[in-house]
Design a protein around this ligand. Structure first.
Ligand code: MSP
Length: 650
């Protein structure tokens, strides 16, 4: 978020409308909101963009499953995102929807410009497509010949006429950009992955589809009514169409973006495709593309099917929005994955917010009230506390650097170091003892020191916890605006006469988690889906089978006699298994992540022995090993004590 450029432009990804907002969406949006608020406080002209991504096959399929038109469905879910951000007091300057007419015109203009430049050509696409990730893959990239390497879902074969963007022509320029701009991708560790990917060679990108129509049409001048734009081309353009690109360029002085905040899963689109499109459009490139990690819940990946998706509204309603914001920003180093648990949130509230911050305010108000009728001055602070002021300033002088590098957790850690200095000073100087000894001036200097420290950190924390810090500021008679920020935080002036007002306890202690078990976020499920689920429970007896049916499956004890890894497969091991026949069976088992090939040799497992042989990665598999998998991993099902190879299981 370098403040060297006068205008600051911060964006979140635009969220797909096939899902309601969850904690991951809230995370990016809260970071962006924090940065935008801070940037405004420092006096920078700031534009903060968020919105929804509404086209593409995924949305069109989700709408169809719910018996709605894609537009009806998009209106409904986009509305929910907007309402949530409004409830969360997110200070976006624009909420863009890719179904906005102006956006569509802007995307068409961009397509036309790239086409005229000679960067777009017509061809035929043949390959694999993951609808869930809206991404094309080659056969080589797939897992076990059919699964998406990013999300693991099955891919579809796509064979259709398509327009292509000459991505391969931008390889060298992209590499040069990465090399010349050290912090264009943050955290820097993520940048290496991108650089290596590009160095591995880029293929031209298919940027139009003909097999469905829920997307932006190609510009009329192309006369290609069958084609709609690839959803990622459409989506990425939102960052400029929101500023008036293709229309009146009204806010294009905010371009290039200061920070595009994205999750690690969509970094490649932002760090490769997007700069290449911008180069083709002759537009400057973003200053930073900052990729954060993923949130899990109680150690588990969140998913709708598990019903463990964290609903940010529910958490914020129970624990307080500001506490939730603080937790999200403080708990995890930017770029790393993080785990959400109510316990961790509760600990942060009780310890950091209650003990360190809230308590300090109580002490200011308690001491000033008891000894000085709530009125103190800073006149002796320098005389008695230059040492503490110096310590605080040494920390605060460098603190903004963390924001420029997206190290928000370290930014907060340093603010808490300052709080420690303040809390420690009270213990060291014991103002109550000074009062007893008649050293009122020293006691007042201490209370004033603490109040001044509180004022300084209030400027830094307001963007994190706007409501609570507003209360702190009110309590110490501080107005938070760009002028006072400059005077007090930048120029290090001390507060003049201070009048303290008492406030209620800001972060009351929480003894037990407040939500028994957070409700699964299943709001996005259609009524039809919900009905079919409850029906399943009622109709369960229909699933019962007879013993004869069970015995249609031949289960045998097998002894693994050889095991080796299948090259280029993340999951498969190739096993030779003795099931009591003349010849060993070759079985390809998807257990590589859980077992070492060598450790398996000589062990036994239960084998499904009458499965039709199948080919996996071009190799024959003549059976299946039985296994059970839960959140702790996968285990093969084995006999309790060794049995002869080929023994029937019944
Ligand atoms: N529509 C695209 C973005 C287009 S931007 C031009 C998209 N949308 S999304 O709704 O699927 O994801 C939006 C963001 O949410 C991504 O940055 C993604 O990383 C983030 N998250 C989704 N699940 C997440 C977690 N569990 N944790 C943290 N963020 C995660 O991708």
């Amino acid at each position: 978020m370098k403040q060297t450029c006068k205008n600051v432009y911060i964006t979140t990804p635009i969220y797909y409308v096939n899902d309601v907002a969850h904690i991951g969406h809230a995370y990016t949006t809260i970071i962006a909101d924090m940065l935008a608020r801070y940037s405004r406080l420092t006096g920078s002209k700031t534009f903060f963009l968020t919105g929804t991504d509404e086209h593409g096959q995924k949305i069109s399929q989700s709408a169809e499953q719910r018996g709605k038109t894609p537009k009806e469905y998009a209106d409904e879910v986009s509305g929910k995102f907007k309402t949530l951000w409004d409830d969360f007091d997110i200070t976006y300057d624009k909420f863009i929807r890719t179904t906005d007419e102006e956006h569509k015109l802007g995307v068409q203009k961009a397509f036309e410009t790239m086409y005229k430049k000679g960067d777009i050509y017509k061809g035929d696409y043949e390959g694999y497509y993951c609808v869930s990730c809206e991404t094309f893959f080659t056969e080589k990239q797939l897992i076990d010949e059919q699964f998406c390497p990013d999300c693991g879902k099955p891919t579809n074969i796509v064979k259709e006429e398509s327009f292509f963007f000459k991505l391969s022509a931008y390889e060298d320029r992209l590499i040069k950009w990465y090399e010349e701009n050290d912090d264009c991708i943050l955290p820097r560790a993520k940048k290496n992955e991108i650089v290596n990917f590009v160095k591995g060679g880029l293929r031209d990108l298919s940027i139009s589809r003909t097999s469905f129509d829920w997307g932006v049409k190609l510009p009329e001048s192309m006369n290609e009514p069958k084609h709609v734009m690839y959803v990622w081309l459409d989506a990425l353009m939102n960052y400029i169409t929101a500023l008036g690109y293709g229309k009146d360029n009204e806010n294009m002085d905010f371009w290039p973006a200061t920070s595009h905040l994205v999750g690690k899963d969509i970094l490649r689109f932002h760090a490769i495709y997007w700069p290449a499109f911008l180069m083709s459009l002759d537009l400057p490139l973003p200053k930073h593309i900052a990729a954060h990690g993923w949130w899990t819940r109680d150690g588990e990946k969140m998913s709708k099917s598990k019903g463990n998706v964290v609903d940010p509204k529910e958490i914020a309603d129970a624990y307080g929005l500001d506490a939730f914001r603080y937790f999200m920003l403080r708990e995890v180093p930017f770029g790393q994955d993080g785990d959400f648990s109510q316990k961790a949130l509760m600990d942060r509230i009780n310890s950091d917010l209650g003990n360190d911050l809230g308590n300090l305010l109580n002490r200011i108000s308690g001491m000033s009230g008891k000894y000085f009728d709530f009125k103190v001055t800073s006149k002796d602070v320098e005389k008695f506390h230059r040492k503490e002021l110096d310590e605080v300033e040494a920390i605060l002088d460098n603190i903004e650097e963390y924001l420029y590098n997206m190290q928000i957790n370290r930014y907060l850690e340093d603010i808490w170091k300052v709080l420690t200095i303040a809390n420690k000073a009270i213990g060291d100087y014991e103002p109550w003892a000074k009062m007893k000894d008649g050293k009122e001036d020293e006691a007042m200097a201490l209370v004033a020191l603490i109040t001044n420290i509180m004022a300084r950190i209030s400027f830094l924390l307001e963007s994190v916890m706007p409501e609570k810090i507003g209360k702190i500021a009110q309590s110490i008679g501080l107005e938070i605006n760009t002028d006072t920020y400059t005077k007090i935080l930048k120029n290090k002036e001390l507060l003049e006469d201070i009048t303290i007002t008492k406030v209620e306890q800001l972060f009351p202690r929480i003894e037990e988690v407040l939500l028994e078990q957070a409700k699964p976020t299943d709001v996005s499920k259609s009524e039809a889906e919900k009905k079919s689920e409850s029906k399943k429970v009622v109709e369960e007896p229909d699933n019962l089978i007879t013993i004869d049916k069970f015995f249609e499956t031949t289960l045998k004890i097998g002894t693994i006699v050889e095991a080796e890894e299948v090259p280029k497969s993340k999951k498969l091991l190739k096993l030779q298994v003795d099931v009591g026949e003349d010849k060993n069976r070759q079985i390809l088992a998807g257990i590589k992540e859980f077992y070492n090939a060598a450790d398996l040799v000589g062990t036994q497992a239960c084998v499904v022995a009458n499965l039709k042989p199948a080919k996996l990665m071009g190799m024959l598999s003549e059976g299946m090993l039985m296994a059970a998998k839960d959140e702790n991993g996968l285990s093969l099902i084995r006999p309790e004590s060794p049995k002869k190879s080929g023994t029937k299981i019944s």
